[in-house]
Each structure stands twice: as structure tokens, then as C-alpha cells.
Design a protein around this ligand. Structure first.
Ligand code: AMP
Length: 541
């Protein structure tokens, strides 16, 4: 018979994170740029109290454990209170991406059966548009004070600050099973309806520990952390949990995510660490480089969500910012891997170090990964063989919310990404399986092509998609947005590829455009681009 350990059995609950921050880092600041226009400041002690008042208010409204509460909100302190107040009371914090189409938002609210929806002032028109299609929502809560409530609205509204003010805070966080659902995020759903990943308290707390580790997000109480990645996109990569867990100062940018506004906040609050998708850093870099500015405190960032172009990693480094390239997905809470160097790499020449830093990195303990071929056979870790990337672990989904069929294959979650893994366990994404270009039966990585193009000084953004070819089936077509005022021809760009990729990987054509469509999570929308160019005749065809 097994001999059982004799340690206390304390469930891993999300409320314990904010309790910890309030008790041990009570004075540490949380700074938010509000949709009302001003900067709001308070600390973890006040945040925890207001989260408890919110839980109290929700209980008074009849919200029960397991009920879903939606949010349509930017990164800010009230959103943080909802994260803790809702999950802390045993209900489910359902963050909704406001950049989705209104029909998708209504679908998600109905599918989740959200009882109440909290929203920022910015989203009042959106709420007025979808409310009639969401009959099960009992109340829409505007996340502001009485003074900012609209004089009239098509939808009856509750006022957030009234809810908080009505409570005395005499509420104790309940204790329950750590496997209880805590929060819900829907995938952006480029194909078909969005699907929900339902996280638990246990998975979230474990993910918070794992992601704070030195070779992952490397969060410390000494840091000032500004999550640019939205709280409506996979819980801002878990930062609203991992930052209070370590007790760092937290800075929220609200709705203003342009380069100038971010730079101002980075400097004003002396931000040391931030995280976001590549498109956000494009905007920030353009502002900083264009105005000859420098960062006085910002020195580390995590880039993920899409591949970080090597040119972007170099540009940030030139400004004194170390880049950690990370990979994950909604179904994984989201962190899977992060790319930091090992001690044995210190002696390598700079270029070789960068080849490693450009990879998506090694797994965080808590995630196991493998690559498989079309028959499900595991492929070698040689950095060359590429196949479907499968993952498993305590913060990877087992099912989608309210979908009976299991997404798993032999107990592993198929990510839909194609990757290589090298002997040291560094994973590199070749492509999203739908985006890979299948030329004459061989695969071309659209990410590799984009990375080369992004390094050209005249290129602002580049997307590589497949275009029909009568002989090869598909050939790469490069769609490019030039930097303002910069000039480059099709021939010059194609010549730029020579010696950088295999000859047959060089795109067949280049199209210049003014804008590349982005998804609701800031990724290049290749599906839309492929549709746009579906009748495109390559000169080679
Ligand atoms: P989402 O669930 O919206 O976070 O999207 C997850 C997907 O984004 C992954 O399956 C990848 O295809 C892509 N992705 C995330 N991080 C990276 C990265 N660092 N490099 C390339 N693709 C990434």
C-alpha cells in the first residue's frame, strides 16, 4: 500500500493569489490608464478588498458557483477585480474578445450562457447592438462610476461603482475543490464557430507558478510589469495571475495601445517588463525609432501569439530590450514554450545565439510535447524533421466547453501547428498547418519567408500565402506593406531572398498593398488574404 504524505491539503485557488498579494505586497501599486481618460492608481490591498466587494455584490444579485460572467473590457484595474471577484467566489470569469464580429460575440455569450456581462465605456455601442440577441443575460454592467453612466441607453444598465459601493467587504473567500472551473476563453475561431477553453483554479495556479519561472516570463517582485497582451486574449497570457503572485507592480494600458501612448506609460511608470504580439511592437518600435527615443527602464519583453520576426528581435535589442520568444495557445492557458539560452550557449558567436533565440523555445515544466508524422509516429528531435505538434499537461484542455467529442489524439492535444524540435528540446514553429505552402508535395514555411521579408529595411509588414499554380499546386506569394516613405521594387525584394532561403522557396511574386488584415488577436489574417488573392494569377503560372 502506498504511504501517503502528511502535508496540509490546501486547494490551489485563484483567490489565494490576490490574498497573498494583499497580505505581502499590500502597498505595491496597480496603475491603469482608464477609458474615462485619466490614470488611476491604487494597490493590491485595495484591489483585494474591492474584489471581495464585487463577489459580495454578485452574490446579492443571485450569482451562484459555476455561473458564467462575461467581460468586454480592456486591461485595467476593474477588469482585474472581476478576474478575482468572479473566480474567487466560484463563478466563471468569461473574457470575450471585443474585436470579434458582433454576431460572434452574441454567439459566444449565448453559448457560454453568461448571466451578467461587464463592459468598458468604449463598448457601449457594441453592447447596445448585441443585447437584443442575448436574451439570457440578466444584466449589463458598465464598468465606470455614476458620473459616466449614459443619460439614456437602449439597454438597461447597472453601474459598476454602485455595485461596489453597496457592499461592506465583509466577505470571506470561499474554499472549494481546486478543479472547479474558474475562467473561460473562446478561441478566435478562424474557421467554424469559436470554441471555449474552460480553465480550472488548479490549472490556472499551476500555470501562474510555471510562467513566472526565470526561463519563462521571469517575473519578480522588483519588476514593473505592463501586459500589452489583452486580458480578453487568453487571460493576458496569465499575467493578471503571475504578477500578483510575485508581487510586482502592475501597469495597465487600457484602450490606448498605439506606440506613443505605450511609450509614455512605459517611461512614466518605469516599466521593466512587458509582453505582447509582434504587431504591437511594430507600432512601438516605429514610434521609438522614428522619434529617436530611448527606453530608460524597459529591458525585457516576451513576444508571442505569432512568430517574432528576427529583425524585430534585433531592433528591440538595439534599444536595450532583451526578447524572449514564447509560444502557446488558448487551449494551453496559454504558455507552452519560451526561448532563453542555456549556459552552454554563452560562448557561441552572436549569429548562432540568435538562431536559438528565434526559435519558440523549450517547454515549461507542466507541458510535454512531441512532433508526429501523418501516421501519428513520433519524429526525431534533430531540429530538421518537422511534423504536427502535440502537447499534454495539467494546463492543456481535455475538452472544449460543451462539446462532447474529445479533441485529443492518444491522450495528446493536437495544436494545429507544424514544428521541429532540436536535440536540446528547442521547438520551432514552421507554420500553422493551414498556412504552410505545399509546393509540388514539398512544404515551404510561410513564417520563414515572412521573417526574411521583414528584415528588408523598406518592409513594414509581410505575409506569405499560397497561390494556385498549375504545375506545383501551390507557390508562395508575398504580400507586402511598405514603411511610410520607403521604396522597394518587386525585383529588389525577390533578390533580397537569394542566399537566405532555398531557391525553390523564393516567392513567385510580390504584391504591394496598404494594409494586411489582422485577426481579433492581432495575427495576420491569412485566411482572408488567401480569399482576397484566390483568383490571383502568378506570372509563373
Ligand atoms: P491563440 O489561441 O489565439 O493564442 O493562437 C494560438 C496559435 O498562435 C498557435 O497555435 C500558433 O499557431 C500561433 N502562435 C502563438 N505563438 C506563436 C509564436 N511564438 N510563433 C508562431 N506562432 C505562434
Amino acid at each position: 500500500m502506498a504511504l501517503m504524505g502528511q502535508m496540509m491539503s490546501a486547494p490551489l485557488l485563484i483567490s489565494s493569489i490576490i490574498k497573498h498579494a494583499a497580505r505581502y505586497y499590500g502597498d505595491t501599486e496597480i496603475v491603469s490608464r482608464r477609458t474615462e481618460g485619466d490614470i488611476h492608481r491604487y494597490n493590491y490591498r485595495e484591489c483585494e478588498l474591492r474584489s471581495r466587494k464585487l463577489a459580495q455584490a454578485l452574490a446579492a444579485l443571485g450569482v451562484q458557483q459555476g455561473d458564467r460572467i462575461g467581460t468586454l473590457a480592456w486591461n485595467g484595474y476593474r477588469h482585474l477585480e472581476i478576474y478575482y471577484g468572479v473566480s474567487g467566489m466560484g463563478a466563471v470569469c468569461h473574457t470575450i474578445n471585443p474585436r470579434l464580429f458582433p454576431e460572434q460575440i452574441a454567439y459566444i455569450i449565448n453559448h457560454a450562457e453568461d448571466g451578467y456581462v461587464f463592459f468598458d465605456l468604449t463598448f457601449l455601442p457594441l453592447v447596445e447592438g448585441v443585447a437584443a440577441h442575448c436574451p439570457k443575460v440578466k444584466g449589463w454592467v458598465l464598468m465606470s462610476d455614476r458620473a459616466h453612466m449614459p443619460a439614456e441607453s437602449k439597454v438597461p444598465l447597472l453601474c459598476y461603482e454602485d455595485l461596489i459601493d453597496g457592499q461592506d467587504g465583509g466577505y470571506t473567500w470561499p474554499t472549494f475543490d481546486e478543479n472547479t472551473a474558474s475562467s473561460l476563453c473562446y478561441t478566435s475561431g478562424t474557421t467554424g464557430n469559436p470554441k471555449g477553453a474552460l480553465y480550472s483554479h488548479r490549472s490556472t495556479v499551476l500555470h501562474s507558478y510555471g510562467s513566472a519561472l526565470p526561463d519563462v516570463l521571469n517575473c519578480s517582485a522588483r519588476d514593473v510589469i505592463l501586459p500589452v497582451v489583452p486580458m480578453f486574449h487568453v487571460n493576458a497570457w496569465g499575467l493578471p495571475y503571475s504578477v500578483p503572485l510575485v508581487g510586482a507592480k502592475l501597469v495597465f494600458p487600457g484602450a490606448k495601445l498605439d506606440g506613443a501612448s505605450l511609450y509614455e506609460l512605459f517611461e512614466q511608470e518605469q516599466v521593466t517588463f512587458s509582453a505582447g504580439v509582434p504587431t504591437v511592437w511594430l507600432g512601438l518600435l516605429q514610434h521609438v525609432q522614428g522619434n529617436g527615443l530611448k527606453f530608460s527602464s524597459f529591458h525585457r519583453t516576451v513576444i508571442g501569439g505569432s512568430a517574432a520576426p528576427p529583425a524585430m528581435i534585433r531592433a528591440l535589442e538595439a534599444l536595450g530590450v532583451d526578447v524572449v520568444h514564447a509560444w502557446g495557445m488558448t487551449e494551453m492557458s496559454p504558455l507552452g514554450t519560451a526561448g532563453t539560452l542555456m549556459a552552454k550557449h554563452d560562448a557561441l558567436p552572436d549569429d548562432e545565439k540568435h538562431l536559438i533565440l528565434e526559435k519558440q523555445g523549450r517547454v515549461v515544466f507542466g507541458v510535454d510535447m512531441k512532433i508526429v508524422d501523418g501516421d501519428g509516429e513520433e519524429l526525431p528531435w534533430d531540429g530538421k524533421a518537422f511534423g504536427d505538434l502535440h502537447v499534454r499537461g495539467p494546463w492543456v484542455i481535455d475538452h472544449y466547453f460543451r462539446v462532447d467529442a474529445s479533441p485529443l489524439v492518444d491522450g495528446w492535444f493536437p495544436t494545429g501547428d507544424v514544428a521541429t524540435i532540436d536535440a536540446d528540446g528547442y521547438m520551432q514553429i514552421t507554420d500553422r498547418s493551414k498556412d504552410v505552402i505545399k509546393s509540388g508535395g514539398e512544404w515551404i514555411s510561410s513564417i520563414d519567408i515572412e521573417n526574411v521579408a521583414a528584415a528588408h529595411p523598406a518592409v513594414h509588414m509581410a505575409a506569405c500565402i499560397s497561390a494556385f499554380h498549375p504545375k506545383w499546386d501551390e507557390r508562395p506569394l508575398l504580400v507586402v506593406v511598405k514603411k511610410p516613405g520607403a521604396e522597394v521594387t518587386r525585383e529588389e525584394l525577390l533578390a533580397f531572398f537569394e542566399g537566405k532561403v532555398a531557391k525553390w522557396w523564393i516567392p513567385d511574386d510580390v504584391v504591394f498593398t496598404t494594409e494586411i488584415p489582422l485577426t481579433a488577436t492581432g495575427k495576420m489574417q491569412k485566411l482572408k488574404l488567401r480569399e482576397q488573392f484566390k483568383d490571383y494569377r502568378l506570372p509563373s503560372a
